[in-house]
Design a protein around this ligand. Structure first.
Ligand SMILES: NC(=O)c1ccc[n+]([C@@H]2O[C@H](COP(=O)([O-])OP(=O)(O)OC[C@H]3O[C@@H](n4cnc5c(N)ncnc54)[C@H](OP(=O)(O)O)[C@@H]3O)[C@@H](O)[C@H]2O)c1
Length: 315
């Protein structure tokens, strides 16, 4: 008998990688719901879904997610929607008898200035990065909810904190995207138009640890089956690069040969974000995809979908 696994947010960057991964594993029957069928900010609808479907396990990979610009423009949406989704799903899961749940935290939960690589004991030890504070506070609430339900109700709800994720189904727009997908979109356009130079936000000096979405899915799969009590569990690739190096790597991938200028009047975000990931490494996980290989796969997906979008317009 296959066990039912509800993957919330299966159309997103993280959720789609999870759905692909678990869809291939015989022990799980993956259950998904599109947003138009189940809006996770609606408590009654979420309750009804859990009472009807009764999954054995849940992965909460739905959320309102975005880069610096989106976080700065819509702080209320970032805190409200994430809080609602976490509270509704975690409470409804507990009421329906779900014992195992994976929730996602974020590196934004760490103080803006943190020793690297970041360790869970540093959480809550200093001020947050102001641009993402509303999102980070909602992510904190998710961690706290899981811990509180574990303490009061004996559940095993674990928060996974991944490094900066990229891959298929990322948001490829200049406004709503994370740094990697925004740079890929911009440098792709520049290469296509043969521009002699592009100007990118920030100094290029801040450093990030990039994790390919399919590698994260493998880590989550190990964590879901594991019966340890460590919480949160961090997942980083170990490949920490400056944004300038990332831009150079993306330029190679998309064939942009012009010059890159940096607009230092624009925000950089936190100077560095990398994660201490010894627990998941101890489970035997290590990433299979390096940055250059992951960028190639992501760009391939981007081009396929760009062609599809054009086809739709022409049709
Ligand atoms: N991306 C990263 O680098 C990163 C890093 C650390 C943690 N995380 C965490 O990982 C989780 C997933 O992030 P992601 O990057 O995969 O985000 P994403 O690509 O934006 O996907 C979000 C998913 O949530 C769904 N969703 C949003 N609001 C919903 C609602 N009201 N009802 C139902 N579904 C809703 C979206 O559905 P639609 O397709 O309908 O929009 C989509 O499937 C989040 O909790 C995030 O905090 C991500």
């Amino acid at each position: 008998m296959k066990k039912k696994l509800f993957i919330a947010g299966h159309t997103g960057l993280v959720g789609s990688a999870l759905a692909r991964h678990f869809g291939l594993r015989s022990s799980w029957e993956v259950v998904t719901r599109a947003r138009k069928a189940l809006d996770l900010t609606r408590q009654e609808a979420v309750d009804r879904f859990f009472q009807e479907v009764r999954p054995e396990a849940v992965i909460l990979s739905a959320g309102r997610v975005g880069g610096i610009l989106a976080n700065s423009k819509e702080p209320a949406a970032f805190v409200y929607e994430n809080l609602m989704m976490e509270a509704n799903l975690i409470h409804a899961a507990w009421k329906a008898g779900v014992k195992r749940l994976i929730n996602f935290g974020s590196t934004c939960m760490y103080p803006r200035i943190s020793a690297q690589p970041m360790k869970p004991e540093q959480l809550g030890t200093g001020p947050l990065e102001p641009t993402s504070e509303p999102y980070a506070v909602a992510k904190w609430a998710g961690l706290t909810l899981c811990r509180a339900y574990n303490r009061q109700h004996g559940t095993r709800y674990t928060t996974v904190i991944p490094a900066t994720v990229y891959g298929a189904n990322d948001h490829f727009s200049l406004e709503g995207s994370h740094v990697l997908s925004a740079l890929l979109t911009k440098l792709h356009e520049a290469a296509k138009r043969g521009l002699p130079e592009v100007t990118l936000w920030g100094t290029g000096g801040s450093r990030r640890e990039f994790l390919f979405s399919d590698d994260l899915a493998e880590a989550v799969s190990l964590i879901l089956e594991w019966d340890g009590s460590e919480d949160p569990i961090q997942v980083g690739s170990g490949e920490v690069v400056s944004i300038a190096r990332l831009a150079a790597e993306i330029s190679k991938t998309v064939g942009f040969t012009g010059a890159i200028r940096w607009d230092a009047s624009r925000p950089d975000g936190a100077p560095e974000k990398s994660l201490e990931s010894s627990v998941v490494r101890g489970l035997g996980w290590k990433p299979k995809t390096d940055l250059a290989g992951g960028l190639r796969k992501t760009y391939h997906w981007f081009l396929e979908h760009e062609v599809k979008r054009l086809d739709e317009v022409i049709a």
